[in-house]
Ligand binder design. Structure first.
Ligand SMILES: NC(=O)C1=CN([C@@H]2O[C@H](COP(=O)(O)OP(=O)(O)OC[C@H]3O[C@@H](n4cnc5c(N)ncnc54)[C@H](OP(=O)(O)O)[C@@H]3O)[C@@H](O)[C@H]2O)C=CC1
Ligand SMILES: O=C(O)CCC(=O)C(=O)O
Length: 451
């Protein structure tokens, strides 16, 4: 079967799932040469099998708000593929969560986790619950109700969730507490736990740090580095904050950040002091990014215009771009603006932030482009290190975990580059990452029979 036929089957089987179809299409087109070289993979229908979740759990989450009123949300866990290890991947709490969004994320997670070199399968979950504007008590109540059902379907050897959009250290704490109470056991069933109760040092920083380590590896292939580079960053949550921190530490200048209301442009760049303000604003006070422009001089703030055909954040002059907010935040027009304004590297901190049209424009114009499944894999990789520490009953130092993270990011970089070269697309990190991830999972599925 040729790639176009497989894409048509995916579209027909998942008619209302545009995000999932988009993620599938990118992988199917990338791995076409692997299928040509390995007819056995085609006969075993490995790709089609990877495109169907092994199990998808959908459940009702009922909870009482502060007014004593009953609230009803939807909860999900997509257990996508367990060929190389227990299902692993975050939980997203956001009103935009649908089966399509979680299936795309779980599908991406299969290949990302394979690239880390740590034995982890792919999974993802979440809810359409909106944490914005909820009280501390309501967040806790929701997490407890969500885990009330999820606990039946996970354990530390089967499926290990973590955070994603709307799920940070606070939510992991409430989810972990609820699981412990329901199951009467203390195990590493979640990652991103607090230091002192099973968490790993550097997990909080890992996705953002790993992203910038990956970019540094890309630049090194051109005898260049982040030092002195002006960088555009979107988002202001976990990934964005630590990407900005690592850019500053490596001598670059991060000039933007955003949230779902708008973005700030600080031409003089983030300092550590300004970053601390952002962290406090977003992690403790849970305020809007606009406050950054009110607090510091010479900062431009722009409201997000949902009807606009492009995002002006990506039209600012810079060298590097790191989308770290959400899916499809860089479209074709944005990609053209990035090229026009001198950007030569785009590293995806978010999952699938660039549309297929955007990716093609970047690659055709010689921009070094790294897909999320490679560039943002540092988060899940460090979750894997947290799982290892939990199994060993050990706790590694900050330096030890950071050194492992840097090693893993270099390895993903080199493996992706080598696969791209072997399959005739030198320098194409998207093709390389998809092929390297696919091959690892495909070989495991082949060895395990038709199940
Ligand atoms: N956390 C992790 O370890 C990993 C995360 N990722 C990916 O990174 C991205 C960011 O995750 P993370 O930083 O953890 O999440 P957070 O919830 O910490 O932050 C998300 C940020 O993105 C903004 N955002 C979310 N949805 C939208 C939207 N529809 N439009 C505009 N802005 C939006 C949020 O703004 P607002 O505050 O207004 O909602 C916030 O600034 C996601 O794509 C996630 O899947 C990838 C690998 C690992
Ligand atoms: O650490 C994890 O397990 C989750 C990370 C994640 O959700 C992601 O890589 O997108």
């Amino acid at each position: 079967m040729n790639p176009a036929d497989i894409i048509n089957i995916v579209k027909a089987r998942n008619p209302h799932e545009p995000e999932f179809v988009q993620a599938a299409e990118e992988v199917i087109l990338s791995i076409a040469p692997v299928l040509e070289k390995n007819p056995e993979f085609v006969r075993l229908r490995l790709l089609e099998r990877m495109l169907e979740p092994e199990r998808m759990i959908s459940f009702r989450v009922t909870w009482l708000d502060d007014k004593g009123e009953v609230q009803v949300n939807r909860g999900y866990r997509v257990q996508m593929n367990s060929a190389i290890g227990p299902y692993k991947g975050g939980l997203r709490f956001h009103p935009s969560v649908t089966p399509s969004v979680l299936k795309f994320l779980a599908f991406e997670q299969i290949f990302k986790n394979a690239l880390t070199g740590i034995p982890m399968g792919g999974g993802k979950g979440g809810s359409d619950f909106d944490p914005k504007g909820k009280s501390e008590n309501e967040i806790m109540k929701f997490c407890q109700a969500f885990m009330g059902e999820l606990a039946r379907h996970i354990n530390h050897r089967l499926d290990v969730p973590a955070g994603d959009i709307g799920v940070g250290g606070r939510e992991i704490g409430y989810l972990f507490g609820a699981y412990k109470k329901i199951k009467n056991e203390f195990t590493g069933v979640l990652t991103g736990k607090g230091i002192g109760w099973g968490g790993s040092l550097i997990r909080t920083e890992a996705t953002g740090y790993g992203l910038v380590y990956f970019a540094e590896n890309m630049l090194q292939t051109k005898n260049d580095s982040i030092k002195g580079k002006t960088c555009l960053v979107s988002g202001s949550g976990n990934v964005a904050q630590y990407a900005i921190e690592k850019i500053i530490q490596l001598g670059g200048k991060a000039v933007t950040a955003s949230d779902s209301s708008g973005f700030i442009y600080d031409e003089s760049g983030f300092s550590m002091e300004k970053l601390e303000f952002l962290k406090d604003l977003k992690n403790n006070r849970r305020g809007r990014i606009k406050e950054y422009a009110e607090r510091f001089k010479n900062v431009v703030y722009k409201d997000l215009d949902e009807k606009a055909d492009h995002n002006p954040l990506w039209a600012i002059k810079a060298n590097c771009a790191f989308p770290c907010a959400t899916q499809n935040e860089v479209n074709g027009k944005d990609a053209n603006n990035l090229v026009k304004n001198g950007v030569t590297l785009l590293g995806e901190g978010a999952n699938m932030p660039t549309t297929i049209e955007g990716i093609n424009i970047l690659i055709d114009n010689g921009v070094m482009y790294s897909p999320g499944k490679a560039a943002n894999a540092g988060g899940v990789a460090t979750s894997g290190l947290e799982m290892t520490q939990n199994f060993m009953g050990d706790h590694w130092t900050r330096e030890a975990v950071d050194a492992k993270l840097q090693g893993i990011m270099k390895n993903i970089h080199d493996t992706s580059l080598a696969a791209a070269k072997e399959y005739g697309k030198p320098g194409n990190y998207m093709v390389g990452a998809n092929i390297a991830g696919f091959l690892k999972v495909a070989r495991a599925m082949q060895a395990q029979g038709v199940i």
